[in-house]
Design a protein. Structure first.
Length: 178
């Protein structure tokens, strides 16, 4: 919600007109823009990249092998958002059984649960590298590669409004993503 409100305020100020921001986790945003029911939409696209370019990584309180665990305990603070979808899609594609051992409402609670050994979480790689007692788990430990995402502003490509907001919005979304 804070991100949604911040986007609404930023775009309203940029185009000097009141806007309404709608958050929807389905694919209906593209359809709504195409049918003219929405002027613009920000969509998330999966981008196939190398492991070095991934934004997120598997985090644990210790090094552990993916194959050591019959059923992977997952700690998540991302109820219903794309990070949780990354976890579920990646593990379903790998065939690995998993369960959510701890669902937090805040990042700090998620990190505390990972530190306490409740399971493995998905965090930004930058955050993992800056946080003491978190281990980044990757291909060396057998963990599957995660998809990366980019954001795209969709709408009428010929309007001055889109040109006015596209670059600042891309910068803003990139800065709040991590």
């Amino acid at each position: 919600m804070p991100v949604q409100l911040a986007v609404q305020q930023m775009v309203t100020e940029l185009i000097d007109s009141r806007v309404r921001v709608i958050c929807d986790f389905s694919h209906s945003i593209q359809d709504m823009v195409a049918s003219g029911r929405l002027s613009y939409g920000i969509i998330k696209l999966t981008v196939d990249t190398s492991e070095d370019l991934q934004s997120f990584g598997w985090a644990s309180n210790q090094k552990v092998s993916f194959d050591e665990l019959d059923k992977l305990p997952i700690v998540s603070a991302h109820n219903g958002c794309f990070v949780r979808h990354i976890i579920e899609d990646t593990l379903n594609d790998s065939g690995k059984r998993y369960y959510f051992s701890y669902l937090a409402s805040h990042l700090q609670h998620q990190v505390a649960a990972i530190h306490a050994g409740f399971g493995i979480g998905l965090l930004s790689k930058d955050f993992i590298s800056r946080t003491a007692n978190l281990e980044l788990l990757g291909k060396d430990e057998g963990f599957p590669m995660l998809p990366s995402y980019q954001y795209r502003l969709i709408g009428d490509a010929d309007t001055h409004i889109k040109q006015k907001i596209e670059q600042p919005l891309k910068h803003f979304v990139a800065s709040i993503r991590d």
